[in-house]
Design a protein around this ligand. Structure first.
Ligand SMILES: Cc1cc2nc3c(=O)[nH]c(=O)nc-3n(C[C@H](O)[C@H](O)[C@H](O)COP(=O)(O)OP(=O)(O)OC[C@H]3O[C@@H](n4cnc5c(N)ncnc54)[C@H](O)[C@@H]3O)c2cc1C
Length: 448
């Protein structure tokens, strides 16, 4: 097996780009792959001067990142629309061309995984219905087509992203009819004072937009049920003992972010144990867009310290520590104060959308004593579907804990093996017989 000289960086968001530039600056060649057709990640994709999705602060960060990437263009090979599938035990990385679905392989010197975060969605009866989307998904759609969807929209769940998406909808001409927040963020005012100024400024700008468009922000409330009506949805909102029902066209749900690591190799900084793997950005810990570049550079510095043993191991940068504190404070401010325990939801509430497994199915499965996470998966089929538990493992295990008192790690249900994204057996078989497949990587676009 010949080892390429390249360091493979998976994910072309701010963390991956910053890591790529730092590694290139140190004299190494880099392959930077991203499943999406353009770089920028969740925050910067489609960032343009007139975009309502990006503030002046973020726009200047993005412009600086683009310039840095350009400056290192000779050492960084960008592979867009290329998905990382997995890393085998011999250090061979399998990638997939997202256009023709063919596989390719590389044997990199080291890998930095910067695949960002995915949204948490807390199940409610009816959340599996058509026209119930995630708030982040709605935002991605708006970024892609620069228009807001038609019809009445309710945004519900928990966290600051609800405000961001609501303000963006308003700016695009269709403010939501309400934001339903399960925390009471306006109560702990002293906590707000401890946030960095940039956070307060960003929150105020959303708040002003929402005031201007008279969008109600209902706090300490949650959606109790979503049901179908004619060609739309009927949503029951509970706040304390009062309930209200609204007819809407779209419901957007969001309950915070979790690192996107399903199927990804774990960190390894011991050369004797195999290829070096490091995690960066939200994939390491969801610390937000302001922390991602620093996190990427820190991962690169950790890698360089392993590749060049004379280099001192880097300390965690102050900026990163400050962002971690700010995120912890945000979590306290937005701490949910009201929602239904999962086990109290009606038996028909879907938990695992891929396999259509419900609260009732899980309740029945857990009647037996000492059901392990593996049994929940293998016997109950929770987390068995296409998403491999990315979206349902947490809720499944939360409900198991509510009913049995037993805690399981998410990984004990999902396991941790590749493929990280689906690939056909045919593509893998062709990979084994066709040595030219490695060259497929070379034909990818190198523009940013
Ligand atoms: C849905 C969503 C909405 C957000 N909205 C906001 C917002 O409005 N304001 C704000 O300040 N912050 C927002 N954030 C947070 C902010 O986007 C992140 O903190 C920041 O982008 C993290 O940067 P990153 O480089 O770690 O990850 P990301 O920017 O998420 O980049 C990860 C990249 O990895 C790629 N990737 C993932 N899996 C693979 C794979 N298998 N193979 C190849 N590539 C892969 C993705 O395509 C993506 O480009 C949002 C996050 C999410 C998930």
């Amino acid at each position: 097996m010949t080892i390429d000289k390249d360091v493979l960086i998976v994910g072309g968001g701010p963390a991956g780009i910053a890591a790529a530039c730092r590694v290139a600056e140190a004299g190494y060649t880099v392959r930077l792959c991203d499943a999406a057709p353009s770089l920028g990640g969740a925050i910067f994709r489609g960032a343009g001067d007139a975009s309502p999705f990006i503030s002046t602060e973020y726009l200047s960060t993005w412009r600086a990142m683009e310039a840095e990437l350009k400056a290192h263009a000779a050492s960084i090979r960008v592979m867009k629309s290329t998905s990382f599938v997995g890393l085998d035990s011999t250090g061979v990385a399998v990638l997939k061309n997202c256009s023709n679905r063919e596989a390719m392989q590389l044997s990199p010197r080291a890998v930095i995984i910067a695949t960002g975060a995915i949204e948490n969605i807390r199940p409610v009866p009816g959340w599996h219905l058509p026209k119930v989307v995630t708030a982040g998904g709605l935002q991605v759609n708006m970024k892609a087509c620069s228009t807001a969807p038609d019809g009445d929209i309710i945004i519900a769940g928990n966290g600051p992203l609800l405000l961001a998406v609501a303000a963006q909808l308003a700016k695009l001409g269709n403010p939501p009819i309400a934001i339903v927040e399960s925390g009471r963020p306006m109560l702990p005012r002293l906590q707000v004072l401890g946030l960095p100024l940039a956070y307060v400024r960003e929150a105020l700008s959303y708040y002003r937009t929402l005031k201007k468009f008279r969008v109600p922000w209902i706090q300490g409330a949650f959606i109790e049920r979503i049901s179908e009506r004619d060609d739309g949805l009927s949503v029951t909102i509970r706040k304390g003992i009062r309930t209200n029902t609204h007819d809407v066209d779209i419901v957007a749900l969001h309950n915070g972010l979790q690192s996107s690591r399903t199927g990804m190799p774990v960190e390894n900084i011991d050369l004797r144990k195999g290829i070096i793997v490091l995690h960066a950005g939200d994939c390491c810990e969801p610390l937000g867009a302001r922390a991602a570049p620093a996190s990427g550079r820190h991962a690169a510095d950790r890698l360089l310290a392993v590749l060049r043993p004379s280099a001192a191991p880097p300390v965690i940068p102050l900026h990163l520590r400050r962002q971690a504190l700010a995120q912890a404070r945000l979590k306290t401010i937005f701490k949910p104060v009201s929602h239904l325990p999962l086990h109290s939801m009606s038996d028909d509430t879907v938990i695992c959308r891929c396999e259509q497994k419900t609260v009732g199915d899980l309740r029945e499965l857990l009647l037996g004593p000492g059901t392990s996470a593996k049994e929940i998966k293998l016997n109950g089929r929770f987390g068995m579907g296409r998403c491999q538990g990315r979206f349902c493992a947490r809720s499944t295990l939360d409900m198991a804990k509510e009913l049995t008192g037993e805690s399981h790690t998410t990984e004990s249900l999902t396991g941790n093996r590749w493929p990280a994204s689906p690939i056909s057996i045919g593509a893998l078989a062709r990979l084994a017989t066709d040595s030219s497949s490695t060259n497929a990587a070379d034909s990818e676009s190198q523009d940013t």
